[in-house]
Design a protein. Structure first.
Length: 498
């Protein structure tokens, strides 16, 4: 679509959007959608799940297109006028990726159609604004499984999951979101709707742009729809929970399960602090004061699950306090996962706030990362704990703070920064699944080195030469908005202040 003619407010487009004139012009570009330039919905679009860490932005308008063509028209309009675009899904991100800094917020919320489900071909085509839990439910209703299960599934969107390459417990066996995407419909600057891949199970034509777009956090293009690969839903699942006296015996149970040659679907852990916060609502019998817990789930045919569960119970019982607990049936599974989903909230409730980071380390360094997190908390005078995806070496390192206590927040941000140093030192990475957003850009260069940061910057400029898509996110790159900043300067991220 041809961009709308330039408006007289071009010298300061964002201010002009605020005065209502360009908001009305934007509205003509999205007849199937809407444009909001004031009130509670606009305010809600200025933060994500990092708000408790003090992250809140500002924007001139919330634009909700109703089709890919409308997204393209809005992008063309913005590209013509140098207006930054902050793309938003469900706003559950934990890195500040959807928090705007001026410009407009482009929300995919209104694009929530499931375009096709083909159970015989194990595939689905869905728009970016469909909630994650709905994708899972529709797959289930058709006898299939969409395995990615990030924790805020009722709120997060498929587009947000793809843009962050989200994980979750079942990523251990099934891989992260990107493993399940075979095609994307994307709007690229300056406003072209393109299809990358599609309903195909293999495609090596050209460079692998599908995986480049996956995890790009709204900085290269706007995802409007995806083709998903599904698998037949497993017939049965069983969960096994083991409790341990210390980090070492818990981590040795993780190693024993992995060394057994079995492939559990899930291998999770909670350390002493995470357990102390949540054990009160654990729905089954548990020892008095456990210092560590490991949760495994096996799935497959009923016979496979029976055999695997016996072996997993044996592996997890060797170093456990008593025998590992074997749960059975869907009701037990629902209770256990309902409890596990509440762990983050329970930890938060300890002091009213927390700063959490999701570093990832080689699995054989898991115990070092867990102990290292506690030592960092102690150095900064903050209670600390962690839990996470043990089988992936992905730990949610958390520092507990009082809301409104600026000194504690500053110490917790410094502690979070030290967990990134720890991850790098242990041969890991600064984010396993939550992404870089604006919080971690200051750590991208220490993590990747200058040559890779340069390469990433060149990729960004190739797709988005005006640097208008989610500026200040994901890649530390100096643009026109922050002239004078260094390529990787700590100004790029709050946690970048060491
Ligand atoms: C309680 C809780 C539990 C969580 N558990 C997990 C977990 O287990 N695993 C995990 O990986 N994450 C987890 N998260 C983090 C979060 O849910 C994921 O990062 C999720 O994928 C974000 O999706 P969203 O739709 O909310 O995206 P948003 O927060 O709206 O956006 C996230 C990023 O994606 C970009 N984006 C969004 N939609 C699009 C699009 N259509 N096109 C291009 N870019 C887009 C945004 O610009 C932003 O950079 C959790 C969060 C919470 C609050």
């Amino acid at each position: 679509m041809k961009p709308a003619p330039r408006h007289s407010h071009d010298s300061n487009p964002a201010a002009a959007v605020r005065d209502g004139a360009l908001a009305a012009e934007l509205a003509t570009l999205v007849p199937l959608g809407e444009v909001i330039s004031e009130g509670g919905r606009l305010r809600d679009a200025c933060s994500d799940a990092t708000e408790s860490r003090g992250l809140r932005g500002a924007t001139a308008a919330l634009v909700l297109p109703g089709s890919a063509a409308e997204v393209a028209a809005v992008m063309a309009w913005c590209y013509e006028r140098d207006v930054p675009i902050f793309t938003r899904g469900g706003g559950t991100g934990l890195a500040g990726g959807a928090v705007p800094d001026g410009g407009i917020v482009l929300s995919l919320e209104g694009m929530h159609a499931i375009r096709a489900v083909d159970p015989g071909q194990w595939r689905m085509e869905a728009e970016a604004g469909v909630r994650t839990a709905r994708v899972q439910r529709v797959a289930r209703e058709n006898g299939l499984l969409f395995p990615p299960d990030p924790g805020a599934g009722e709120q997060s969107t498929l587009g947000g999951n793809i843009a962050t390459n989200a994980g979750g417990p079942h990523a251990f066996k099934y891989g992260v979101t990107g493993s399940w995407v075979t095609g994307l419909e994307v709007v690229l600057p300056p406003g072209d709707v393109v299809t990358i891949g599609g309903p195909v199970r293999k495609d090596v034509a050209g460079f692998d742009l599908l995986h480049l777009m996956t995890g790009s956090e709204g900085t290269l293009g706007v995802i409007t729809a995806a083709w998903l690969r599904l698998v037949p839903a497993p017939e049965a699942q069983t969960i096994v929970v083991g409790f341990y006296d210390d980090v070492e015996s818990g981590c040795s149970a993780v190693a024993d399960v992995m060394g057994s040659g079995l492939q559990p679907a899930v291998l999770e852990y909670l350390d002493a602090g995470a357990l102390a916060a949540s054990i009160g609502s654990f729905p089954f019998a548990a020892p008095g004061d456990p210092a560590f817990a490991v949760i495994a789930e096996v799935d497959g045919s009923a016979a496979e699950v029976e055999a695997a569960a016996t072996e997993v119970v044996a592996a997890m019982s060797a170093a456990a306090v008593g025998d590992a607990l074997r749960l059975s049936g869907r009701r037990d599974a629902r209770s256990l996962w309902g409890w596990r989903d509440g762990v983050s909230i329970a930890v938060n409730a300890q002091r009213g706030g927390k700063v959490s980071e999701d570093i990832v380390v080689p699995v054989d360094r898991l115990a070092d990362a867990i102990r290292g997190t506690l030592a960092i908390g102690e150095r900064h005078g903050l209670p600390a704990c962690s839990w996470g995806h043990a089988g992936d070496g992905n730990i949610h390192a958390s520092f507990l703070i009082e809301p409104g206590n600026g000194d504690e927040l500053a110490r917790a941000e410094r502690a979070a920064g030290e967990t990134f140093d720890l991850a790098i030192e242990l041969g890991g990475s600064i984010s396993g699944e939550h992404g870089i957003g604006s919080l971690k850009t200051g750590w991208v260069e220490p993590a990747l080195g200058p040559a890779l940061v340069r390469a990433q910057g060149e990729i960004k400029r190739t797709f988005d030469p005006k640097l208008l898509l989610n500026p200040g996110k994901k890649v530390p790159i100096a643009g026109p908005r922050d002239a004078g900043a260094t390529e990787s300067g700590p100004g790029g991220g709050r946690a970048g202040v060491r």
